[in-house]
Design a protein around this ligand. Structure first.
Ligand SMILES: Cc1cc2nc3c(=O)[nH]c(=O)nc-3n(C[C@H](O)[C@H](O)[C@H](O)COP(=O)(O)O)c2cc1C
Length: 225
């Protein structure tokens, strides 16, 4: 049985393009995977806490030496990591904010990038101290941007710090199969927005269908890996 983890990180409601498009993906995915299961987490409307001093000291204390308070400090992070580990496919709706990821999604990343759980660290190994601990997962990021031209070769590509950051941090924990689907021009509206949303919708529709029939094959997408 395939398991999908669906995350939405836009604080907006009905006006959110990422929210609408991820919801359409899930509808299609459920139709193609009638025996699949979905976990939904709305981190846009229910923001996650930032990491704190007690979180950090607990995370860097070996599990068998953690006090009850330390275990408590990591409870939500453990739950989020367990949720991630259960998923075969992760779908995340991510708004493009100030040239990068919104703080709500960054809070999620900080909660799931965990030493001993999603990456290993061996300070004695000077050559390759870090090793990813997440394997065999794919991720689709549905990103919406207000301006245009942030894609490969576009006039704003150099200001797009979200795609490369996301690819780097996911690769660090072992999620190296990332597909980015982007909609642009929210701030302008009109035909450019409509066409961009339609293109994103088509790509997501293909992806939701493809995962069943050609699990190794991804076509026509802005793929970062
Ligand atoms: C706080 C904030 C910062 C934004 N920064 C940018 C930006 O740097 N570049 C850009 O093209 N659009 C920017 N936008 C526009 C959003 O990317 C756009 O509205 C997008 O559609 C948001 O995703 P959503 O529709 O799922 O909420 C920003 C919007 C907000 C609210």
């Amino acid at each position: 049985m395939t398991h999908l983890l669906h995350l939405d990180s836009s604080p907006r409601g009905d006006r959110s393009h990422t929210r609408r498009l991820t919801s359409e993906f899930v509808q299609r995915w459920r139709a193609v995977h009638p025996d699949g299961s979905v976990t939904y987490r709305d981190i846009g409307r229910n923001p996650l806490p930032h990491v704190t001093e007690s979180w950090i000291s607990a995370a860097f204390t070996p599990p068998n030496q953690r006090s009850a308070a330390m275990q408590c400090a990591l409870r939500l992070s453990d739950e989020l990591v367990d949720e991630l580990m259960k998923a075969d496919l992760i779908l995340a709706g991510i708004p493009f904010y100030n040239f990068g990821m919104p703080s709500g999604f960054k809070a999620y990343i900080d909660q799931i990038v965990r030493v001993g759980r999603t990456f290993a660290f061996d300070p004695a190994n000077k050559e390759t101290p870090y090793a990813p601990l997440v394997h065999g997962k794919r991720m689709i990021a549905m990103i919406s941007r207000g301006d245009g031209g942030y894609g490969p070769g576009g006039r704003n590509q150099q200001y797009n710090h979200l795609d490369p950051h996301l690819a780097t941090v996911l690769r660090f924990i072992g999620v190296d199969d990332l597909q980015i689907v982007a909609a642009e021009n929210d701030e302008y509206g009109g035909a450019d927005l409509v066409n961009s949303l339609e293109s994103a919708r088509r790509q997501l529709h293909e992806l939701a269908s493809e995962f069943k029939s050609h699990p190794q094959e991804v076509v026509g997408l802005n793929r970062v890996s």
